[in-house]
Ligand binder design. Structure first.
Ligand code: PEP
Ligand code: MG
Length: 311
């Protein structure tokens, strides 16, 4: 159902039964931010800050970072924006953070791991984010990429609080973090699931390699079962859990994710209207039935069929 229909959406994420689901944008530049705001994003669920500095040979100063973040936050004054700290390494190396080649960059010192050796770089970024939050008036929270354990989450939360940022979360994109969701949710304010990397690490399948794309299908039941664990932890603790990977941009899968306990969805601006329109036609009961069907399926195609059945 829904295929070929022009998506109509008023810019407020709400299920058929009136339950609210935040529908947010993924952004990496001022142009992205503007496009997301114009497409009706209620805020930003993932601001990929590393995209601002892909060409930088040296670490940008705090003033340069503040200006770069302000330009992205500008269209979202008064709205929620989740700023992700630098996720450098693997597919997105930054010259000033990842100078040495590694044999397995996806499993190397990437994301938050870079900060354990050089915490002062993270502290300067947090200082710039706090400054940009103040001047832009956006309702800013921060989150860390590539977190593997609750101890790492605790380490990050303490540094963010020291920088004056009150609302702090982490991404769940490493299977160990999904399996530790309850412990992690005890120390953070929210979790955001990065399904792109989570799929890559669950299936041991490089996300950049066409030859293993079938394993990286976000409809894979094993991936959905891991997301379900995080959703259950969220429901048990009453804390929000978002999805900001590509999975959130598929309208039918978005419904499944909501049924698994996810409370917000963040995506490229081109997907906002389609997902918003689909959510408006699905009640929580339908989402939960779709989720149950997809979880029990044996492969991605059957999961999709099972999710479509209750609609
Ligand atoms: C993800 O891994 O799903 C994610 C949203 O982060 P990125 O695509 O930037 O690695
Ligand atoms: Mg990722």
């Amino acid at each position: 159902a829904g295929t070929g229909k022009k998506a109509e959406w008023n810019g407020v994420g709400v299920l058929k039964d009136g339950l609210r689901v935040k529908v947010l944008g993924n952004v990496g530049s001022p142009a992205d931010a503007l496009a997301a705001a114009q497409a009706g994003a209620e805020g930003v669920g993932l601001f990929r800050t590393e995209f601002c500095f892909l060409d930088a040979a040296e670490e940008p100063t705090v003033a340069e970072q503040t200006a770069a973040y302000e330009a992205v936050l500008a269209p979202f004054a008064g709205k929620p924006v989740v700023v992700r700290t630098l996720d450098a390494g693997a597919d997105k190396p930054l010259a000033f953070l990842n100078p040495d080649p590694e044999p397995n960059p996806a499993m190397g010192v990437r994301g938050l791991r870079v900060a354990f050796d050089r915490p002062e770089i993270l502290d300067r970024q947090l200082e710039a984010i706090a400054a940009a939050a103040k001047s832009s008036g956006a309702d800013v929270s921060v989150m860390a990429p590539m977190v593997a354990t609750a101890a790492e989450a605790t380490w990050f939360v303490e540094r963010a609080h020291k920088a004056g940022i009150a609302r702090v979360g982490v991404m769940v994109e490493v299977p160990s973090a999904a399996l530790s969701a309850r412990e992690i949710l005890q120390v953070v304010d929210f979790i955001s699931i990065g399904t792109n990397d989570l799929a890559q690490y669950v299936f041991a399948a490089d996300r950049q390699l066409g030859g293993v794309a079938a394993l990286n299908d976000p409809w894979q039941p094993a991936l959905l079962r891991l997301i379900a664990l995080v959703g259950e932890a969220a429901t048990a603790t009453g804390k929000p859990v978002g999805v900001c990977g590509e999975a959130a941009a598929d309208p039918l899968l978005a419904c499944v994710l909501i049924g698994l306990g996810v409370t917000s969805l963040s995506m490229n601006h081109t997907a906002l209207a389609g997902v918003g329109a689909r959510l408006a036609t699905s009640s929580m009961d339908i989402c939960q039935l779709a989720a149950r069907g997809a979880l029990a399926a044996g492969d991605p195609a059957s999961a999709k069929l099972a999710a479509r059945a209750p609609h």
